[in-house]
Write a protein that binds this ligand. Structure first.
Ligand code: SAJ
Length: 413
């Protein structure tokens, strides 16, 4: 049914999906505006860390099933997986989707399928259909016809967990929303090439809201855990004990507090709901604020403790936005270390086993040293655990004795 697929955007979703399709016998053309990413993929390599992805990409390239380029080529289906970042006014920047639409429009033909995978505000996929239609008045699109359109358009939001992308791309259920009758059915045929999870069909705008709701649900639940943690601190109660014991109730499942919520999903997507219905999305907005305020709370606690020492040495363990990945996007850990550096609280030692050098924003302060975990713990007066990387589990409790310890992830309980 599908022999060639063009995947636009070779990022953390597009590239694993391209590899999954290619591994299942589809000829895949990967498109990215970044020539460096294109060169890397063509050399069978990957521009970021994701377990099992490098093997899948190098295998697909070696088999001749996957190649990358900077402009889209004719194909049976187009899968758009480009960023939809948050703007300063907390609405979605859809310029990458619009640019992708403009770039694929020129090579579309009757019978093609266009799928938007990028997480998007309600209504974006219908808008995508309109953008495509404006570029190609010679073809019919689903937003404008009651008949079966010549080009079908659907939304199938990605829902994989970074770090488990190669597994979840295959095993997760897929929510597929069509702009009109027949679009979702056609998209299902494509996902069935590699996905073993169930394909659940709906309309495009519902599918957009499903994806946003999943991440808002998780964000609200993390906010609950974070708020509980601050309350317990005030009352001198161990929040870890409270959560463990409360979770023994058959219908309670409290998540884990941390130094805040990061990444390009939970920290971003709930705002798309808030901007779509600002008067009504009160809880979702408040949860975002609670999670965003968490980093400032951690900083103030660390500063207060450091003041007890004459020339404090502070070790911060972890910079990534969560455990066992190299992704520093929207990372609360990175924000906390940056703020401590700016406040010149003391000598700052940072440990991040998943990066080789400090990010520019920290390096340029000239006040932060990247060291290994043993050195950091040995020299520190204050040890702040910011990310629950496996590599930090083995820190011996005896090595922490006599030091002020902030375990924001409850790893060392
Ligand atoms: N976090 C906590 N406590 C918890 C769980 C998470 O503080 O108990 C924090 C993490 O440390 C991290 C942030 O939340 O900073 C987000 O991490 P995550 O593991 O919850 O999620 P992401 O952002 O890596 O991936 C999410 C997933 N969504 C859901 O689980 C509903 C994933 O399935 C989505 O595909 C992804 O967003 C996405 O791309 O939208």
């Amino acid at each position: 049914m599908f022999s060639t697929v063009c995947v636009v955007g070779l990022g953390r979703i597009g590239l694993p999906t391209a590899a999954a399709l290619a591994s299942n016998g589809i000829d895949v053309v990967g498109v990215d505006v970044d020539p460096a990413a294109v060169d890397l993929v063509n050399a069978g390599r990957v521009p970021f860390v994701e377990p099992d992805l490098a093997e899948a990409v190098s295998g697909a390239v070696a088999m001749g099933r996957l190649r990358a380029t900077t402009t889209p080529e004719a194909a049976d289906a187009f899968l758009i997986a480009v960023p939809t970042p948050l703007q300063k006014d907390r609405t979605a920047d859809l310029s990458y989707v619009r640019a992708a639409a403009a770039s694929v429009a020129g090579v579309l033909k009757a019978g093609d399928l266009v799928i938007l995978e990028s997480t998007s505000p309600p209504g974006t996929t219908v808008e995508l259909s309109r953008w495509l239609g404006k570029h190609r008045p010679d073809l019919s699109f689903p937003h404008e016809t009651a008949d079966v359109p010549e080009v079908r358009v659907a939304h199938c939001p990605e829902r994989v967990l970074p770090g488990r992308a190669m597994i979840e791309i295959v095993t997760n259920d897929r929510v597929i929303g069509g702009v009109a009758e027949g679009c979702a059915q056609r998209a299902r045929e494509l996902y069935e090439v590699f996905a073993t999870g169930e394909c659940l069909l709906t309309d495009a705008t519902t599918a957009e809201m499903v994806k946003l709701s999943e991440n808002a649900f998780r964000d609200v639940n993390v906010a609950f855990a974070n708020e509980l943690s601050t309350v317990c601190d005030q009352l001198c109660i161990d929040v870890g004990d409270v959560i463990d014991l409360a979770n023994r109730h058959p219908r309670v499942d409290i998540l884990r507090p941390g130094p805040g919520v990061g990444g390009h999903c939970l920290a971003v997507d709930p705002w798309f709901i808030v901007s779509a219905a600002p008067q009504h999305a009160r809880l979702i907005r408040l949860a975002r604020e609670v999670n965003d305020d968490r980093a400032a709370y951690v900083v103030s606690e660390v500063v207060r403790t450091a003041e007890r020492f004459k020339e404090p040495v502070i070790a911060c363990l972890g910079l990534a936005f969560k455990a066992n990945i190299d992704d520093l996007r929207e990372s609360p850990a990175l924000n906390i270390v940056t703020e401590l550096a700016e406040r010149q609280v003391g000598r700052l030692l940072v440990v991040e086993p998943h990066v080789r050098e400090l990010p520019q924003s920290l390096a340029r302060t000239g006040r932060v040293e990247l060291v290994d975990v043993a050195a950091a713990v040995r020299e520190a007066d204050v040890v702040v655990l910011l990310v629950d990387h496996d590599a930090f589990r083995s820190v011996r409790r005896t090595a922490l004795r006599g030091k002020a310890v902030f375990d924001t992830r409850d790893l060392w309980r």
